[in-house]
Structures are given as structure tokens and as C-alpha cells.
Design a protein around this ligand. Structure first.
Ligand SMILES: Cc1ncc(COP(=O)(O)O)c(C=O)c1O
Length: 455
């Protein structure tokens, strides 16, 4: 029988994170202070993050040691398996070999705890007592709740209202791990009250929930903010995924031809793909494909510009692909991909042509998810289904051309809390939400003026 599972022992858990910034020919433009427009300093970030994470954010060291306490917690579920999707290959009648890295085996059911554990550890080490955060799909909120529990921290989660209503059991899981969950926009913050005054029925967005969580953290000395994606240090923590993958592919005797991941704020894609980028920049790595929703097409239709990470303009201006910080995406089920912006490092790669991006409508990705579930057994998260759709597209291309390519995608999470969405899809009730040119232009029209095109 052909090898299906490529597993690593606990001793193979990476001892270092990989920092892509060390290998870029020139670094992305700096974050700018939202008030002064000047590059942010570590002091500017100190009310929100511990010094250790700020140092990681700006580091140019290629390898950063993972503390033993963090490795100890990661070893609860890591290393994660790399699996050959043989049954999917047979169903697609493709000569390609398809593998997936299974991040769904974590306690929260996705890649998100890789950074949550690290962030909780560094905050606890700095004497912080409470973390505040946002969550879209609920994956990041559950991950931070879990990690906060492990390190004895309190955790407040501002959960995008549409997800809060769609996914009550995600809330229960967060509460099981001791977190307090608030539907966003809420009456608890000035940012939330302002949004609700304009639109009492607001479904919320990640940008709004970030404004609330940042406001709470900035106002209290014992509280810090934790972001589940986008920032360099979050991408850094996620590189355990790609580093393990490199060892597993070597064990399988494979050289990947294409790496596929979905991209919300970019940390999932980053963690999976960044360890391969030095080779790509040297001209001999795999192709990179990032998948996103047509309802929130940041990489495929967004503009490369300086923009705020949140709706209210409390966070630094970031050089990135963006749909505009005021953009509120339609309430599609892939809540974790409903973010207007993108990690500046992932944006850098896109800008330089080092990664391809594709956008898919909701019904198409759920069809791909059903195909995967029926032949490989795992019910994927709607976010992950975008990557599956793109991987299937690659495999179909191979069927046409006879290309025996090695396709690897990141199975970023399972969909066990997304059954209401699956139920709607099976009943034919899901609708596709395209973003009209007029709506896109309106959202982009609200971009801040300061420097429009980052260098
Ligand atoms: C299962 C899953 N996959 C992917 C993503 C997107 O993650 P990122 O923001 O790291 O791109 C999310 C975000 O919540 C998610 O829950």
C-alpha cells in the first residue's frame, strides 16, 4: 500500500521559527503611526503588545528560538500529519499527487493556536493578566481562549455579530476555556457604540471587532491586545507548519510543485509557505497559490496602499493589499476570510509577482468541501474549502495536461462548527455574493490619503 500519512515524532517539533524578513531583498515599507503618519516605534506599540512580541515584529534574524514552554504546549497536538489525498486523486482521475497538511487536529480545530500559544506565553511572561481580541469565524477566539487558559490569563473576545449568531457552539467552546465573549459591535466600547448609532443592525466585521478589542487593551495597564493574523509576529509563529512540511515532504521523497492555502489576514498562508520563499526568490521554488472569497477579494481586486488594520483607524497604517478599512464584507460563511486587509509580507510577495491569487464564490467552495468530505472524510472549514477548490483546480489542470505535479494544500481547519452552513448548502439555500465595482470603488474611496503607494 502507498504511504498515506507522513507523521513526525514530538522530537521533530521545530525548535525555531522562520522569519521571512531576513531573506527579502528589501523589507516591506514600515507601519506608520495613525496619528502622526511617522514610522511606528516600539514605544507606540507598548500599550498593546509585550516587548518580546514587538521585537519579533521588527526582527531581521532568520531564525528565532521557540521557548521550551511554548514547544511543550504545542506538543499537545504537534507535529501535525501530512496526508496523501489518494482517494481524491482517484476521484479526480488526475496524474497529480495531492497532499494536505492537517492543521485541523489542534484543540481549536485550526492553525490558529500556533500563534495563540506563543502570544499568551509572551504576555504572561511580561506580567499581563488579561488579553482582549477579536474573532471572525470563532477559530481565533477559541484558540486564544485555550492558550489563555494554559497560561492563566483572562481573555475577552469580541466576536463578529454574524458569526456570534451563526455559531453559538464556538461561543460555548470559548466559555469552556474560560473566556468572556461579546457580540461585536457592542455597547462596551466607544467604537462599538459609534457603529451601532449609525447602523443598529450592523452584522459586524473583523475590522470593527479589532477596533473594540484594541480600545479595551489601550485603556487598561493589565490588558494587552492579541491579533490572530496579519502581523509579522503572527506569521512568524505559524511557520512551524511550513517547517514541519519541509521535513515531511523530504521523508516522502517529494519536491512540491505548487503550494495552496487560503488567505484571510494571511498568517495561515504565511506559515505554510514562507519557509519555501527563499528558494522561490532564488528562482527554483514551488508556485504559490492563495485562495480567497469573491465576496472579500483582497488580493485579487484590492489596492496596494497604506491602510488601517481596523475600521476606526486606531491601528497603525500598514502597507498592504486592502479593500479599504471601511469595507464591511457580506455575511458569507467563511468568517475568517472576511477581512479587508492582508499581511504586509504576503502583500509584498503578491506585489512582486511571487504568488498567484484566486477568488471563488461561496457555493463553489462548498461543492469542493463536499467532494473532499466524501472522498477524504474530513469536513473542512469554509475558509479551508477555498484552498481545496484551488487545489482541485490545479489537479484538474494536471488531468488536462498530463502533468504529474505534486500539489500540497494547507487544511487549515475543520468545519464541525459550520454545520449550519453545510445544512444551508445541502438545502440549496446559499447565495453567492459578488462585490460590485461600484461598492469596491466606494470602499477604496475611503482609504487614508497618507502615502497612497508605499515604496
Ligand atoms: C479555518 C481557517 N482557515 C483560514 C483562516 C484564515 O486565516 P488567516 O487570517 O491566517 O489568513 C481562518 C481564519 O479565521 C480560519 O478559521
Amino acid at each position: 500500500m502507498e504511504e498515506r500519512q507522513i507523521v513526525l515524532g514530538s522530537a521533530e517539533l521545530p525548535e525555531v521559527w522562520y522569519n521571512l524578513r531576513a531573506d527579502l531583498p528589501e523589507p516591506p515599507a514600515p507601519y506608520l503611526h495613525p496619528g502622526t503618519g511617522q514610522p511606528v516605534t516600539p514605544d507606540d506599540l507598548a500599550p498593546l503588545f509585550p516587548a518580546s512580541l514587538i521585537a519579533q515584529e521588527v526582527s531581521l534574524e532568520r531564525w528565532i528560538a521557540i521557548p521550551d514552554e511554548v514547544r511543550d504546549k504545542l506538543s499537545i497536538w504537534r507535529p501535525t500529519p501530512l496526508v496523501r489525498a489518494l482517494h481524491l486523486e482517484r476521484e479526480l482521475r488526475t496524474p497529480a499527487r495531492i497532499y494536505y497538511k492537517n492543521e485541523a487536529v489542534s484543540p481549536a480545530g485550526s492553525h490558529k493556536p500556533n500563534s495563540a500559544v506563543a502570544q499568551a506565553y509572551f504576555n504572561a511572561e511580561a506580567g499581563i493578566r488579561r488579553l482582549s481580541t477579536e474573532t471572525g469565524a470563532g477559530q481565533w477566539g477559541t484558540s486564544l481562549a485555550f492558550a489563555s487558559q494554559l497560561f492563566g490569563l483572562e481573555c475577552d473576545v469580541y466576536m463578529v455579530r454574524v458569526s456570534y449568531e451563526q455559531k453559538p457552539y464556538r461561543r460555548t467552546l470559548m466559555e469552556t476555556w474560560g473566556a468572556r465573549v461579546v457580540a461585536s459591535p457592542s455597547q462596551e466600547t466607544a467604537a462599538g457604540r459609534k457603529i451601532l448609532a449609525d447602523d443598529p443592525d450592523s452584522t459586524g466585521s473583523l475590522g470593527i471587532a479589532i477596533s473594540e478589542a484594541v480600545e479595551v487593551a489601550a485603556g487598561r495597564d493589565d490588558t494587552h491586545y492579541a491579533l490572530g493574523s496579519v502581523l509579522n509576529h503572527v506569521c512568524l509563529h505559524q511557520t512551524v507548519v511550513g517547517l514541519e512540511l519541509q521535513k515531511q515532504l523530504a521523508l516522502a521523497g517529494e519536491t512540491p510543485d505548487v503550494l495552496v492555502g487560503c488567505a484571510g489576514g494571511g498568517s495561515n498562508f504565511a506559515g505554510f509557505a514562507f519557509p519555501f520563499v527563499a528558494d522561490i526568490l532564488a528562482g527554483h521554488g514551488p508556485r504559490l497559490v492563495a485562495a480567497e472569497p469573491t465576496a472579500c477579494p483582497t488580493l485579487t481586486r484590492g489596492r496596494f496602499a497604506y491602510d488601517y488594520g481596523d475600521t476606526e483607524g486606531l491601528t497603525p497604517l500598514t502597507p498592504m493589499y486592502t479593500l479599504g478599512h471601511a469595507f464591511v464584507p457580506p455575511g458569507i460563511h467563511a468568517g475568517g476570510l472576511r477581512y479587508h486587509g492582508m499581511s504586509s509580507l504576503v502583500s509584498w510577495l503578491r506585489k512582486r509577482g511571487a504568488l498567484e491569487a484566486r477568488a471563488y464564490p461561496q457555493r463553489e467552495i462548498f461543492d469542493a468541501a463536499l467532494l473532499f468530505a466524501r472522498f477524504e472524510g474530513i469536513l473542512p472549514a469554509p475558509e479551508t474549502a477555498h484552498a481545496i477548490r484551488a487545489a482541485v483546480e490545479e489537479a484538474e489542470r494536471c488531468r488536462e495536461t498530463g502533468d504529474e505535479a505534486c500539489i500540497v494544500f494547507n487544511l487549515s481547519g475543520h468545519g464541525h462548527f459550520d454545520l449550519a452552513a453545510y445544512q444551508n448548502h445541502l438545502a440549496g439555500k446559499l447565495i453567492d455574493r459578488e462585490l460590485s465595482d461600484a461598492d469596491l470603488e466606494r470602499a477604496l474611496g475611503q482609504l487614508p490619503s497618507a502615502p497612497a503607494e508605499p515604496v
